[in-house]
Design a binder for this molecule. Sequence first.
Ligand SMILES: *Cc1c(COP(=O)(O)O)cnc(C)c1O
Length: 663
Amino acid sequence: MPLAQIERRAEEMVLHGRINYAYRRQREYMHADRTWGARHAGILRPRPVAYFSAEFGLHESVPVYSGGLGILAGDHIKSASDLDIPLIGIGLFYGQGYFRQRLDLTGWQQEEYIETDVTQVPMEPAIGANGEPVTVRIDTRGGPIFSKVWRVKVGRCDLFLLDSNVDGNSSEDRLLTSRLYGGDGRTRIRQEILLGIGGFRALKAMGITPGVLHLNEGHSGFALLEAIHNRMQDEGLNFDEASYRVSQEVCFTTHTPVPAGHDRFDAGLIEEHLGPLRDLLGISHDRLMELGSEYGESKQMFCMTVLCLKLARRANAVSSLHGEVSRSMWARLTMANTGEPVRIGHITNGVHVPTWLAPQMYRLFDRHLGANWAQHSSEARIWEGIEGVDDGELWETHLSLKSRLLEFVRRQAIEQAARRGEAPETLQRLGRILSPDALTIGFARRFATYKRADLILSDIERLAQMVGDPKRPVQFVFAGKAHPRDEPGKRVLQLVAGLMRDPKFADKFVFVEDYDIDVGRHLVQGVDVWLNNPRRPLEASGTSGQKVVLNGGLNLSVLDGWWAEAYDGLNGFAIGTGRTHLNTQMHDDRDAEDLHRTLRDEVIPLYYHRDRDGLPREWIKRMKRTIRTLGWRFNADRMVMDYTLNGYIPAAGGTSCQMNVNL
Ligand SMILES: *Cc1c(COP(=O)(O)O)cnc(C)c1O
């Protein structure tokens, strides 16, 4: 827009006043005193926490995330800012992000890669201690890799993103950070030395010496080797002494029980990329390989999770059940320095409330939970106020969010169909799909096969009956991406999306393309029920259901991940009893049966049981119970407080008087 037009529009929209208001609010936020961090985390002030993560999901406009891991990292840094914890994020800038998902006429996933216009992303070049833009150099046996660094302000916290698209790099290396989880093992290890080693060097170049290293998943594990090298240099220590010191300062969070989720590299790749650093560390190739090998055999692949577990004094899983699974997974591992068994505790994931809570619901909480409820959202007592809310008011608020969701889905469905070149009648029909009166079930997640997006399809006749029931209809909104190389995942996606074309399901079954934070936000705020049916115990935690809780939706989930510790019999619905079966087919069959039964016997009757005012009183009771019992626990403030008291402060050499979560 030309400037004059911008000015005219700004005037029309009373933009100056709105911007000034936002600016004042932001100033107040930045300068608040007596924050939780000021009172509890003073020890971290001189030497902050460096939080490494391969992805950060802050907002859909900064596409450097693919899914749960990234959203978690984004929520973590936002809560660290809210609480005023000295924490700096370190990640990579992916110029093309993950990918944009489009389905073709057969429902097959197509990936589009679009270059992000860096001038439109809220970031700027990071400036070093010398006043110049920071650049980082990493030597490999095959030559150096260079990187520049971007700085993103996340409230009080900084997030630094390394970007290999710089002069001096080969054309291949300039593309190194262009895509998230693209490329082969070689691309992957080069991204990971940038993240870990490059990230640590970038901090040094900016004059920042972290007091704690928090590695969010193993991708950034090489940071430990660089930290050891740094200590050897600065303090004249040998490798063993330095690695012992460093291990005391490290918190490592492991995120998945799925074997493919743990990066492994062969010895050749390790030597090529870590050789020069290994020379500086003064250790042999075998010794290095041993650090990443489960059984101490140097012939093995080098596993990043093993490296982190062997060198981190504090390690945790992301839910109670995942803690048990992780401990048995890594039972034979011993610490590199002391030879003691590796210990893994757990801190259950949570979500950043202001990010995921709908504004309408936020205002309702403002009216009923007391002033400053948002600053105390990790305290159970704050949420008790929800029981006093008028049933009608809560239900009306939910219905308005639901209708926003349905409009959003119709808009998306029309756009998608138009892009595929579908007939005008189809587009018109899509403008009328989905009913505000029907029980609406949402399902959005990666189409990894263990998440079983097609479980509900296992009995297609029963599903058709349910959807077509004239008195008590059920409708579904699906979304999610399959990894570009995951053919089985894409087939499941095609099957699910294909229902949209089946006359028995048309109008009642919609697949929304390109699941991202924007799509996710609409879904979690507007559904009646959130469906989650992974193959237990493969879902480490899951967080999307926690976003639904805040907005008054009810979870219908197998007892896996966070739900295994959240469900109390009345704050949502459970599929099955938490049993598993060694035979996958039997396991899936039983879960499918349980899913259909729970829908038929519990969910649908409860939803359609209305009183004279047309209100589903028993349903609303569950909505209140889910908000009251879960809102404070599965909350990123609570999560970051746990990390601070049980991880960061002890790692920085302080003592914590809080409960021990066995980190
Ligand atoms: C919350 C969220 C996730 C993670 O949720 P899961 O329950 O782990 O599937 C993934 N993608 C997006 C866009 C999200 O908002």
